[in-house]
Design a protein. Sequence first.
Length: 461
Amino acid sequence: MNTDTICAIATPAGSGAIAVIRLSGENSIEVVDEIFFSKNPQKKLISQKTNTVHLGILKDKNEIIDEVLVTIFRKPNSYTGENIVEISCHGSMFVQQKILQLIINQGVRLAKAGEFTLRSFLNGKMDLSQAEAVADIIAANSESMHKTALSQMRGGFTNEIKILRTQLLDFISLIELELDFSEEDVEFVNRKQLKTLLLDIQRVISKLLNSFAAGNVIKNGIPTAIIGDANVGKSTLLNALLNEEKAIVSDIAGTTRDAIEDSISLEGLTFRFIDTAGLRETNDKIENLGIQKTLQNIEKARIILYLLDATNFENGKQKLLPLLEQYFDKKWIIVVNKIDKIENFNFSIFENFEKSVKTVFLSAKYRNGIENLIKILVETVNVDVKIAANEVVVTNIRHYEALSRAFESLNRALNGLETKIPTDFVSQDIREVLFYLGEITGEITTNEILGNIFAKFCIGK
Ligand SMILES: Nc1nc2c(ncn2[C@@H]2O[C@H](COP(=O)(O)OP(=O)(O)OP(=O)(O)O)[C@@H](O)[C@H]2O)c(=O)[nH]1
Ligand SMILES: [Mg+2]
């Protein structure tokens, strides 16, 4: 394990009011002491207490670089578990680089992405899933994402897993003892108790596996496909929802060929809107590929906004019914667009149009009625996502995979107990359960796993 001192700019690239440069490692306090001068010439950082802040100037030989605040965290009570110094300087790019260079000149190494958090994990300050949650918190851009990441950082579901894993470890040691005495036909392990524990674990894992779908929605946004005939205003609606001219809009039917998508957070929920190629008969090869893709996007979506043109809806209506039947498990919302084109719009034409499905009337072009659509969108998903946000949820694909593997091994172990196969096979399956559960929390890690996780972090975290 590396214990050298590392440094990085912890604030985003660019200039700002303040920037923070961070050092971690045995020598961080001494290193900063070399360039830091307090008003009181007697004051040395090395003799200051932990968690204290000091005002002074940084100097490169005799040249003053900046007036700064220096915060000291002594090991082991710091983020990384090592000595940490944070220098808050004025946020000019030039000053930041200059200070960083000064520190590096003293033999401190530039930190790799996520290295501070990696050290925190290696020093036992947090488990692996908590470290991953740190990255998720930084990436969170909606309330629900933030909530789940925060709950995970504070322990989330891994506490429960750790407890069950420890209990299982106790059993496995007894089982293995039993195997050592196999000639003597003794039973140290109460099979009934073991089975109860395995069933407990099975219940927990299966709950977590089920939460992944909801977790995924929270993290990546609720996939919402915008579907309909050509020219009904799908791209116009996408732009209105995103508040941005993302997709090309034109009065030529068949404008959108490839699916266009983007996410936006609406009332705390992230929606991923997918604008698609209009459904119509055409000989255009590329457009046809686009239409096939539209069908795949219906498949992947959770919510379908089905657009109709208020001035010309017969065609769209005919296509809607078979789609509704085929994709009955999706949440459909019918959007009647271009109502600005009709004076004295007669809503009753659409009444009972499709009883089970909500209908919204709007003008995408003039952004009339968009608020109402957003309200209905939020209502549509709120129920299931809200539940998910308050429970522990798995949002991380790595955790999901490890849990799936653990689940398989667990079922084999339970089967083995049932059919009374030789104990060493059962013990092998239980070892596997332990292995996969340990992978989540980091009790079992490989360099490859660590490398994958921390490479995704920002430098300075
Ligand atoms: N008056 C009016 N025109 C609209 C409205 N929404 C869209 N349009 C117009 O309808 C035409 C088609 O709009 P698009 O958004 O490109 O339609 P689309 O469904 O994406 O079309 P394709 O990509 O070809 O399938 C454009 O000329 C838009 O300006 C609306 O609410 N009112
Ligand atoms: Mg379009």
